[in-house]
Design a protein around this ligand. Structure first.
Ligand code: ZN
Length: 437
């Protein structure tokens, strides 16, 4: 049985979807005004594996991840670059789609854009006002956090303590400093007309409303990076509580941080590593391996040294698999069922709150075993088992065997048999260079 750490209850819980065999999952996507950094890629990789694994277990998964294409940061950047907001968000949405696939993830089933849901957002905010959960000031519409009884449930905070130390707000008409913006009135940048004048929706409202519109009821899993837990996810929950009397999702999952050289990535420190730059130097799947060799809730420390190490490990995995693939191909590659005992071990690890860290250790062992196995049938079963697992993790390389390689390999074998060591050496070097030995 699959067990998941639920951030909402701070407990490991047995996963029971709302509807049998069906999983609705929503993961907060990026605000598209710049290229994503390696920390942003971590949830992109992890939730892709969640979907693949749930699918492997026989669930029908509907995975939605949004694109935030209206935001103050977008407007500022578009103005700085002399572009329209639409041109800017189109550019970075396309690049984000590319990067998701580069790091080995499938695209989610649906990627809604916030600007396509503004009419629904206005209706939703209007309903919150009518229910007494929201109020208008000169600056915009705010959510009344004190009206939600368990506000702070996700981030384990007491609202009354939260207010101390809150920074002085720009809008003096707010009832409570923690009240958050549902609608910002503005005459600047990308804006929409509403009963309260021109403006744009607040970020927390965008995700709450897209969830409500797309799924219409409580979903199974809501995910994102741990930095979104407060205030973003707390405020999504507050709105769902007020509007629909549920916590938006039954299970909340948060992926740990990724620091660079022990320091949190930030623009001001200038230590942001972009995915597009990292993949110029490393195999993107080596980066994916690095991410999943750690438990998803752990924070990861990225450094050139550790990344070099994983690049080496991934290269070794590829070489060993390639070698096995070649020898199996020469025997006339048949199909086989994966080893059920190993698959059970794999599932036991994944069922333990997606313990990919242990799965990677299992993979290292299986690769060693693969090298030692000589019988072709056993080798095929082992190879197939590794392939099935690596496909669920999204790190299985694709091999293509050209006739020329087969010929070189056969020539190498006969040169060895005939003790023509000079030729055998030459051919060995050629095959090694191409990673086949
Ligand atoms: Zn969100």
């Amino acid at each position: 049985m699959l067990k998941i750490y639920n951030t909402l209850t701070n407990q490991i819980e047995t996963f029971k979807p709302i509807k049998p065999k069906r999983v609705n999952m929503y993961v907060c996507g990026p605000t598209v005004y710049s290229d994503i950094h390696i920390g942003n890629a971590r949830p992109v990789i992890f939730f892709d594996i969640v979907k693949r694994y749930l699918t492997h277990l026989g669930y029908q998964v509907y995975y939605v991840s949004n694109i935030t294409d209206v935001d103050d940061k977008i407007i500022d950047r578009a103005q700085a670059l002399g572009m329209t907001e639409q041109a800017l968000t189109k550019l970075y949405t396309d690049r984000f789609l590319d990067m998701q696939q580069t790091v080995g993830s499938f695209l989610p089933d649906f990627m809604p854009k916030a600007t396509d849901y503004v009419t629904s957002m206005i209706e939703y905010i209007d309903e919150l006002i009518n229910k007494g959960y929201a109020y208008e000031t000169k600056e915009g519409i705010y959510f009344r956090v004190l009206k939600v009884k368990d506000y702070g449930i996700l981030s384990n905070q007491d609202i009354h303590q939260l207010n101390e130390g809150v920074r002085v707000d720009l809008d003096p008409d707010k009832e409570n400093p923690r009240d958050f913006s549902l609608w910002k009135k503005t005459s600047d940048g990308l804006r929409f007309s509403s009963p309260w004048g021109d403006g744009r929706p607040g970020w927390h409202t965008e995700c709450a409303v897209m969830n409500h519109d797309i799924f219409e009821s409580e979903i199974d899993i809501h995910g994102g990076g741990s930095d979104l837990r407060f205030p973003h996810h707390e405020n999504e929950i507050a709105q769902a509580q007020a509007h629909d009397h549920h916590h938006l999702a039954k299970y909340w999952m948060h992926v740990g941080r990724l620091d660079v050289d022990q320091v949190k990535m930030s623009k001001s420190l200038g230590n942001i590593t972009l995915v597009k730059d990292m993949v110029k130097k490393y195999h993107p799947l080596a980066f994916r391996l690095f991410m999943i060799a750690h438990h998803y809730r752990q924070s990861i420390n990225y450094s050139i040294e550790v990344m070099d190490e994983y690049a080496g490990i991934y290269d070794k995995i590829i070489r060993n698999l390639k070698k096995a693939f070649l020898s199996l191909s020469l025997e006339g590659f048949a199909t086989a069922q994966p080893d059920q005992e190993i698959m059970d071990r794999f599932r036991a690890m994944m069922n333990d709150d997606f313990n990919t860290q242990n799965v990677i250790t299992l993979i290292y062992d299986l690769i060693k075993q693969l090298n030692k196995t000589s019988g072709n049938e056993d080798k095929l079963v082992l190879y197939t088992t590794i392939e099935v697992i690596l496909n669920i993790l999204g790190i299985m390389p694709k091999f293509e065997l050209q006739d020329e390689i087969i010929m070189t390999y056969k020539d190498w074998q006969s040169a060895r048999e005939q003790k023509n060591f000079r030729l055998a050496d030459e051919l060995r070097v050629k095959l090694t260079e191409q990673g086949w030995l």
